[in-house]
Design a protein around this ligand. Structure first.
Ligand SMILES: *Cc1c(COP(=O)(O)O)cnc(C)c1O
Length: 361
């Protein structure tokens, strides 16, 4: 098989070393004679795997005391329901910032349970920016403020963390989790679907401040209750054992790569290379996102002539550069360059883009 660079938005590229290690341990994990998929989740082998994964994540993100780490299922989308159902308590309303596709889904789902105050929206300019915080219309009585730190489809990323103002911050960090340093103590809850920066799909990782537990409504299904999962250390039922194992290998790999700090500087370099290529193309490629908010994870761009898009993707594929098609709701191209995308892949894409522009400009 020829070498490819996979720019998929998710499920996305995983570190080659992690996949190779999983392969080498597939039939016999650490002399246990078992594949991780075959282990009892309550046996000592898997307990070691989940314990190490949690400890490594805590280390990577400098998670302060007083936070629970949960490994749950249902992807990030399940959190669009679980967050309001668990955190509303006796409040009537939640604050949500609307910066694109994923924010809108969070809003839509929360509206099923409570009043949603959209504090700010950048829909007026097709989600090309994050509204300045001074303009947000916040409700001091909101149960929490929810925002999406990186809009995976639109290619928009928050360059700042909103202020708390006495209201817990909740962040959907699915597509930029572990990609840059974050002060966890500023947040009430962070959640991230695994298939962007962590591991296999289906798994969702949560960091939740303990004082926010125990507010769930009484009629909530047991499986949707954070408190239940927190009390059982994510073992109320059988967790997604193999995805947790892979996530654990990814966390160890990140530690070897200089941790989140090391990743952040490489991610800045990778994104810089692509945005520079777009800018230097003199209009052959364009991005509609205002500069301070351009995502370092999902670089969304268009070709000046839409008719060239098909041949761009075909030629790219011939060069081993795959899954560059933008999401159907925004069109154009999207290069997702998560932690596991090596700089060589980004260099190969940048140089292909230059060649293609030269030949078709
Ligand atoms: C991918 C994604 C989701 C949805 O994740 P699922 O695992 O498919 O539910 C939610 N929010 C963001 C920001 C995402 O990138």
């Amino acid at each position: 098989m020829a070498k490819v660079y996979n720019f998929s938005a998710g499920p996305a590229v995983l570190p080659h070393d992690v996949l190779a290690q999983a392969q080498s341990e597939m039939l016999d994990w650490h002399g246990s004679g078992m594949c991780v998929m075959e282990m009892s989740h309550r046996g000592k082998e898997f307990m070691e795997i989940i314990h190490d994964a949690e400890q490594d994540l805590r280390e990577l993100m400098h998670v302060p005391a007083g936070y629970k780490v949960l490994f749950l299922q249902g992807g990030a989308s399940m959190q669009f329901s679980m967050v309001p159902l668990n955190l509303l308590g006796d409040k009537q309303s939640v604050d949500i910032v609307n910066t694109g596709h994923w924010s809108k889904l969070a809003i839509k789902e929360a509206r099923r349970y409570c009043n949603v105050n959209v504090v700010a929206s950048s829909e007026d300019r097709n989600f090309a920016y994050v509204p300045a915080e001074e303009t947000w219309q916040r409700d001091p009585n909101a149960a929490y403020l929810h925002y999406t730190s990186n809009e995976t489809i639109g290619g928009l990323q928050f360059p700042f963390v909103p202020s708390e103002q006495g209201v817990p911050l909740v962040c959907d960090m699915s597509s930029d989790f572990l990609s840059r340093e974050v002060d966890v103590s500023k947040f009430g809850l962070i959640y991230a679907g695994a298939q962007k920066n962590i591991g296999p799909s289906g798994l969702v990782v949560l960091l939740v401040r303990e004082d926010l537990l125990g507010r769930a409504r009484a009629d909530l299904p047991t499986m949707l209750n954070y408190q239940v999962h927190a009390d059982a250390d994510s073992m109320y039922n059988t967790p997604a054992t193999y995805p947790i194992y892979i996530a654990g290998l990814v966390f160890k790999w990140l530690k070897q790569q200089g941790g989140v700090k090391g990743m952040a500087s490489r991610n800045a370099e990778k994104a810089g290379l692509l945005y520079h290529t777009i800018q230097a193309s003199e209009g052959f490629y364009t991005t509609h996102i205002d500069e301070p908010f351009r995502s370092r994870m999902n670089v969304v761009f268009r070709l000046k002539d839409e008719a060239l898009e098909e041949s761009f993707m075909m030629e790219a594929r011939k060069n081993g550069l795959i899954q560059l098609k933008g999401h159907r709701v925004v069109g154009g191209m999207r290069a997702s360059i998560y932690n596991a995308m090596p700089i060589e892949g980004v260099k190969a894409l940048a140089s292909f883009m230059q060649d293609f522009a030269r030949q078709n400009g």
